[in-house]
Design a protein around this ligand. Structure first.
Ligand code: 13P
Length: 238
């Protein structure tokens, strides 16, 4: 199975226009590809109705199940907005930069698991960590903390922060090295196979080169997913 994920982040999308453009350029849905759209909270319900052929994911969830947590949304409430919700992103670097530490990421995942929503765990280093040659230990720390209590994500996305939103995707060597770290870690945990995804400036221009990597199961796409036609072009080349 391959996974193509649109992370719309906090961008305003004309959902009907996106749908028309996507469907004009992507006609043959395949059972071997899950195309997952992650809109913001308020668009979850409209996306669920409008995209019967796509899988629905959320971008974030509270680490609590109920109560006095102003501004937060529980896993149960996510399901209330979309019964078809299957996934939720956790540990995205944009959320980590606003305070989501490893513990919070794990607590959020526990909430998701309790509600049968599959966590998509994002990990990735920033440019300083990379330059200092500390990428491998950094990734292992994020993974170790997450898996410590026996929790498993459904998908793992390697998203180097230095490649996100820059227009410059990581090169194959970097992705291969990071995947090797993750794969070895999973092997050491005797984990079942968890699909590995890449995210960071994926576009219709570079998708074929990225997808040619042998142990890559898919991509998380930010900017290039905001336009239905562009995202369809990526899906077409998948
Ligand atoms: P870009 O595709 O805009 O680099 O964003 C990647 C990302 O953060 C997906 O979660």
């Amino acid at each position: 199975m391959k996974y193509l994920i649109a992370n719309w982040k906090m961008n305003s999308i004309d959902i009907q226009k996106w749908k028309n453009e996507f469907e004009d350029h992507y006609k043959e849905f395949k059972d071997s590809i899950e195309i997952i759209v992650c809109p913001n909270f308020i668009d979850l319900s409209e996306c669920s109705e409008k995209f019967p052929n796509l899988i629905i994911g959320a971008q974030d969830v509270s680490s609590h199940s109920e109560g006095s947590f102003t501004g937060q949304i529980s896993a149960k409430q996510l399901l209330g907005a979309s019964e078809r919700l299957k996934y939720c992103i956790v540990g995205h670097s944009e959320a980590r930069s606003k305070g989501d530490n490893n513990l919070l990421v794990r607590e959020k995942s526990e909430q998701l698991r309790n509600n049968n929503i599959e966590p998509i765990l994002c990990i990735g280093e920033n440019i300083e960590v990379l330059r200092k040659g500390k990428r491998d230990s950094f990734l292992l720390e994020q993974l170790n903390f997450y898996f410590e209590t026996g929790l498993y994500p459904k998908l793992i996305a390697y998203e180097p922060i230095w490649a996100i939103g820059t227009g410059q995707a990581a090169d194959q060597k970097n992705i291969i090295e990071a995947f090797e770290i993750i794969s070895n870690f999973l092997e050491s945990k005797k984990s079942e196979k968890i699909p590995l995804l890449y995210g960071g400036s994926v576009s219709a221009e570079n998708i074929e080169e990225i997808m040619s990597l042998s142990n890559l199961s898919g991509c998380l796409v930010g900017n290039s997913s905001l336009d239905g036609k562009e995202f369809a072009k990526i899906a077409q080349k998948f």
